[in-house]
Design a protein around this ligand. Sequence first.
Ligand code: SF4
Length: 482
Amino acid sequence: MTMNLESFLLAMEKEVANYHTPVVDLIAVQTRDPFKVLVATILSARTRDEATALASRRLFNEAPDIYALAGLSEGRIRELIQPVGFFNNKAKYLYRLPNALKPYDDMVPDELDDLLKLPGVGRKTANLVLSVAFNKPAICVDTHVHRIMNIWGFVSAKNPETTEKELRKILPVKYWKRINSILVAFGQERCKPLGPQCDACLFEQECPKKGVTPRRVKRKYPDTIKLVSWNVNGLRAVEKKGFVDIVKESGADIFAVQETRAGLEQLSDELKNIDGYLSYFAQAGKKGYSGVGVYTRQKPLRVTIGINVNQFDDEGRVITLEFADFFLINAYFPNAQHELKRIDYKLAFNNALLEYAKQMVVRKTSIICGDFNVAHKAIDLANPKTNEKNPGFSIEERNWMDSFINAGWVDTFRVFNQEPGQYSWWSYRFNARNKNIGWRIDYFIIDANSKSRLISAAILTDIPGSDHCPVQLELKTGPKKR
Ligand code: SF4
């Protein structure tokens, strides 16, 4: 049975009536204060609701209005909002807010164009403030609205702006304000970005599940394996952005991380002992640099740190887990750096890793995952022309990637998806992630002889917390030896 958009929203609204209320709606209902709604909305971007609620509470204790906010230093604001994602940038925006509101008599404006002039306010924030704080018809398309509308095929859009444009044409105005609360509640609790709970979803039969990898329900003898790989850009930093819950909710059998930037002694117990997982780490000699780790539900047969080459092992770049039917090599490839200053080091690492992987592949399926720090082809980055000589897309790095693939390795993502605009890394600058000006530099690679084991590969663009997003691979269990 197919559902039209209106009946879909009515059914969803009924379903989420007892779900947890999104934090911004809660603040709006509790305070009816546009200032607090605006601030909480800025804080909520790419942040879990619990962190937004905590940061809002702390900040509003000291700054209940715009005048009190004007009395806080940027550093103090940063301290108060620390659990939220991108707190440095958000502290800057909030510090500038009192001045930015001066032309509006220190009040939050109620027009879209005026809101868009405020620091840290994009279309999503502006629309949410208009609808929640001022009760005006506006469609706030955040990650949940964008994702769920595309999953159901009501729109077919690559970014939230296009989803908003398409919804404006097809969504009756009476739903403009409601759609965000309904789908945020549903997206946070049931149709989660990482592992939607289709098995428990009321709409399981009707939902076309476009581009979805449902969570896998616990099973005793798995015949498939789900792996996730993520450059977290600092494990301690991403812990504050909900990393432990992300791993738990992922349904991954193996969750590999790169750029952990911490020694084992610096990691909290929560990070080392995620419920249901064993964890293994390789760290660099230099503090706060590089580092990789793996969380796994199943105990590996063997864990190997490094590839037996001192100059690379000193940087904590590789960890290998051997299981009965495959090797997982989790690698953080070096960055070639500005003016390709480190290209020789990088290519030497790449070749050494390839030689190392060749020793594994004669024995059983071998998977290499991680941040390769290179976009292979023009389709793998938004601006190939202007980056032809830059690190990550230099001819030397692309040639190496060609020779690597030609040596019998498969870029699993491209087995399933040939579309442009599929990226795993975005610069923190120029609002690049929202505009999807990115690069695909994170990969799951498998040896060509094991290609028949592939079930799916995906990029989990909706997971916030790092300048990279996770990538995912599902494969069938396989023979134990070659
Ligand atoms: S069936 Fe799955 S993908 Fe579809 S709405 Fe429910 S949770 Fe989301």
